[in-house]
Design a binder for this molecule. Structure first.
Ligand code: PMP
Length: 286
């Protein structure tokens, strides 16, 4: 069955949704995106994604072409049209069709491009990796230095996912100046002596929506939280390691560059945090 997707105010069969070859998103990666998870037909932390979208657009000097209510209506309509129970909604906003290729921005008032589409993921919350844990490799962080902006420039993370796969691992953790920044598409954490440790917010990492929620939930569950950078060696010697993202929720990491983390099994704090996160997210989904 063909998906119905959203393009600039229209709901179209996916084969009919076409964007110009001069779109700034296509020729310059001049666009930002969000991915919102859906469980039981409801959107998780939609307000958080909208806040970050606005921030990303502001940082790039782009307008926000739609209101939060417009985005919400479009997300819900796409879920309904495509019969999505569990899955994702992808949203992308670009600086639009400049009519030609030029480094300079198109003139003020050039319509931006807005695309949304769904991805069905039946059983999204029942990921078997929650039981097995992830194995990750490390790699130097060669991305640009505004990782706090959620742009569509995903080539380096994409190359690293392929490298991880080729080496029999699930993902890669990025390292800069000796410290872990984040995963290719997730925020990274370790647990040592009961304390949850994750890198503090800066331009070095994406400000994960799931990260914000998790730190709040961890504190509420009386788990001590420390926001500071950690090294790869510290991670390998930790009691537990884990990642968060809007689509993976919370997943344990059991191996880093071939070194077992803890006893090589998903740890109790990662497992508990996943349960708490999923329970709370379902409760507050809209
Ligand atoms: N870091 C990077 C580089 C990411 O791509 C993602 C996924 N969006 C995250 C962290 C996690 O962010 P979130 O919890 O908002 O999905």
């Amino acid at each position: 069955m063909s998906r119905t997707v959203y393009l600039d105010g229209q709901y179209l069969p996916e084969a009919e949704a076409k964007v110009s070859i001069f779109d700034r998103g296509f020729v310059m990666a001049d666009g930002v995106y969000e991915v919102t998870s859906v469980l039981d037909g409801k959107l998780l932390d939609f307000a958080g994604h909208m806040r970050r979208l606005t921030r990303s657009l502001n940082e790039l000097g782009m307008d926000n072409p739609l209101s939060e209510q417009d985005y919400l209506d479009a997300h819900r309509k796409l879920l309904e049209l495509n019969g999505i129970t569990d899955g994702l909604v992808y949203l992308q906003v670009t600086r639009g069709n400049a009519g030609d290729r030029d480094f300079a921005f198109p003139p003020e008032g050039t319509p931006q491009t807005v695309v949304m589409f769904t991805q069905a993921k039946p059983g999204l919350a029942e990921n078997p990796q929650a039981q097995t844990g992830l194995r990750v490799i490390s790699a130097p962080d060669l991305r640009w230095h505004r990782r706090d902006i959620k742009t569509v420039q995903l080539l380096y993370p994409s190359l690293l996912k392929m490298e991880a796969k080729a080496r029999g691992a699930d993902d890669a953790w990025l390292v800069e100046d000796g410290f872990v920044t984040e995963g290719t598409s997730n925020n990274t954490y370790i647990v040592k002596d009961g304390t949850l440790i994750t890198r503090d917010l800066s331009n070095d990492i994406l400000h994960g929506i799931t990260r914000t929620a998790l730190l709040r939930l961890a504190s509420e569950a009386q788990i001590k939280v420390e926001e500071r950078p950690f090294t790869l060696a510290e991670a390998q010697a930790a009691d537990e390691a884990l990642i968060t993202s809007a689509s993976a929720f919370v997943l344990p990491v059991v191996e880093i560059d071939g070194a077992q983390v803890g006893n090589g099994q998903p740890g109790p704090i990662a497992t508990r945090l996943r349960e708490i996160y999923l329970e709370e997210s379902r409760k507050t989904a809209i």
